[in-house]
Design a protein around this ligand. Sequence first.
Ligand code: PHE
Length: 339
Amino acid sequence: MTLAELEAAKAVSLEEIEKAADAAALEALRVKYVGRNGSIPALIKAMKDVPKEERPAFGKAVQAWKAEVEASLAAKMSSSPAAKAFEGDLTLPGRWFGLGLRHPLSRVIEETAAIFGKLGFTVADGPELENKFNNFTALNTPAHHPSQDRTDTFWFGEDCLLRTQTSPVQIRTMLGNKPPVRVICPGRTYRRDTTDATHSANFHQIEGLYVDETASKPVSLADLKSVLSYFAKEMMGDGVTVRFRPHFFPFTEPSVEVDFSCHVCKGKGCPVCKKSGWIEVAGAGMVDPRVFKHVGYDPEKVSGYAFGFGVERIAMIKYGIPDIRWLYENDLRFLRQLG
Ligand code: PHE
């Protein structure tokens, strides 16, 4: 084939494509020209028989032909009535594949981070496999404390354990930062509990820690209460109030247990709050001076509060979930109800 013949063949092919009546005709032309055994690939294969000096110009012309055929096939395909018909009846409703949902535990964690984010708290993280210093010693928990028992904690040797609380992230945060610190730390925690409707060996907590220079602003129990009251209203709804009950934690002094007024019965008493009008949701208190010493903070110069929420607990009361195990079974019939 000479160059002139090639140009003539190209003109014919483009005209054929232009005149093709339907998608089947276009497909036949695609096979005829650019298909595996089409005339253009055949020309490319036969290139070796073209005299050497003509080869570059001829090769270029063949490639140009191929590109033009492909471009006009594509253009014609998308504008042909056949292609339009292929789109189907545009008035039909689309097929619904369902919308994915965030897991209730993720939702509680994300909402908590957003609420505390508005108060200037950032999210800190720590490993689930901890050492004894971060999980117990620095948190002023003596070796004889029951929480250190082999029967309560998953130990891996003398100094390695699955964290029993998110409080070790307090220690990591203070060791790595100078005050002021203002963090929340959501994460998994582990205890050797037998699983039942309200217990799980693996659950989630959200720790909170605020420490500041006492000279600039002494941090008080009243600050803690106001922050937790704000959180309660944002998370559970207007009208929910917070109550502190005296308690003991080795790493806070004074320590409190935190109750929310029951958002279901508004404090009158119902099955959700076991008729008391209050629901226990967190442990909290003012950071113990001994903890400050362990992380190299001067207890004379800084003060702060800490709190720890159970994520499952918040999810269960917020969404009315009676059994903690439902949160781990991934049963779509249950999860879809929380959409
Ligand atoms: N870590 C405590 C617990 O798991 C909760 C807590 C956190 C208490 C912070 C006081 C301050 O029970």
